[in-house]
Design a protein around this ligand. Structure first.
Ligand SMILES: [Zn+2]
Length: 100
């Protein structure tokens, strides 16, 4: 399982700062710490378990948990060229406020 965080430009990354534009959120460090702690404790990691561990809703809106079938191809960051929303291809820069 990997915790990905989303910046306001639609990039996804596993660090507390976006590697492409330097954007961050005050709760990103806490999100990473909480995720790592749950994994060390052997507890199941999910959005709900992060919420129950005290992560705030604003941070949770920027959290994605991915599980890769092969750890050798697990990514550390994603910079999408296009995304699909409600069946429609969209450039990330054209996404509305919900994705910013
Ligand atoms: Zn970014």
């Amino acid at each position: 399982m990997k915790l990905f965080l989303r910046c306001n430009s639609g990039h996804f990354f596993t660090s507390d700062v976006c590697p492409w534009d330097g954007w961050s959120h005050p709760s990103f460090k806490l999100a990473i710490e909480t995720f790592n702690r749950l994994e060390l404790e052997g507890k199941p990691v999910s959005i709900e378990s992060l919420r129950n561990a005290g992560l705030d809703e604003e941070a949770l809106q920027r959290v994605v948990i991915l599980e890769f079938g092969d750890p050798q191809v697990a990514l550390d960051g994603i910079y999408p060229k296009q995304v699909m929303v409600n069946g429609r291809l969209v450039n990330p820069s054209d996404l509305d406020w919900r994705f910013k």
